[in-house]
Design a protein around this ligand. Structure first.
Ligand SMILES: [Fe+2]
Length: 251
């Protein structure tokens, strides 16, 4: 499995607090069957995004590891004005593995009206936004049509593994299931922050997806799709459009 969203680097944001915790998280991830993990520190008004420091922390962490797992670069990107302009100028500072996909996290307080335009500018510049955990954002949960429009435009949706298991509450779980039912969940990730409460573990969610939506969906959402994102390739199995969505569009 490939985990494209995690806060495993210590002292960068609200993720791992120490190198020891980072190591413990990666040992858990490797034991869980994760071969590749993206370190995606926040870039927002609270946390400065420092690519040189991230590289140094990844090297330090890789050197401390005794388990087989590859660490890749990423960013939990917030749509601030400065971030947007910088990402359009230098996308590979922020994109996953320096390729084309960009994790985009929304604030719980405001979904800017200009978000769709920003996504259009990004897509035109070759950046594919991956909206992180819409199921955990109460404002996004009320914007189903907006999420559909973003997906139709070419954006992807990342659901949190724990949300599918009810660890983020009933509303988040129901919305995650709705995204799954509508083929609007393109990838599932841990968004791990520590080794206890929010660990980098995907297998229980994988099993839940395999049971409820089938083995091939699970393999796509935990394996093939995040692997393609890591490689900067188009998703191998684009989610088929439910007939209902198309039908509504003509009325
Ligand atoms: Fe995150």
């Amino acid at each position: 499995m490939v985990d494209i969203h995690s806060h495993i680097l210590h002292g960068m944001d609200d993720g791992a607090k120490t190198l020891e915790i980072s190591v413990a998280m990666l040992e858990m991830a490797a034991a869980d069957g994760i071969t590749d993990i993206v370190a995606s520190p926040h870039a927002n008004n609270d946390y400065t995004f420092d690519p040189d420091l991230i590289e140094a922390r990844i090297r330090e962490l890789a050197a401390a590891l005794t388990v087989p797992i590859r660490i890749h670069r990423g960013c939990d990107f917030h749509l601030t004005f400065d971030n947007i302009e910088d990402a359009l100028r230098r996308p590979d500072r922020y994109t996953i593995n320096h390729r084309r996909y960009l994790l985009v996290e929304f604030s719980d307080l405001l979904i800017p009206k200009t978000s769709g335009e920003v996504f259009e500018r990004m897509l035109a510049a070759g950046i594919v936004p991956v909206v992180t955990h819409p199921e955990r954002n109460a404002l996004l949960r009320r914007k189903w049509e907006t999420l559909e429009n973003w997906a139709d435009a070419g954006c992807l949706m990342q659901v949190t593994a724990g949300a599918l298991l009810g660890r983020w509450g009933r509303s988040a779980q129901e919305f995650a299931e709705k995204l799954m039912d509508a083929n609007l969940a393109h990838v599932i990730a841990s968004d791990a922050h520590d080794a206890e409460h929010r660990p980098p573990v995907l297998t229980p969610a994988y099993e839940r997806v395999a049971k409820k939506w089938g083995q091939s969906r699970a393999e796509a959402l935990f394996g093939a799709n995040p692997a393609a994102i890591l490689a900067g390739q188009p998703l191998p199995q684009p989610a088929p459009e439910p007939a209902q969505r198309k039908w509504y569009r003509f009325w």
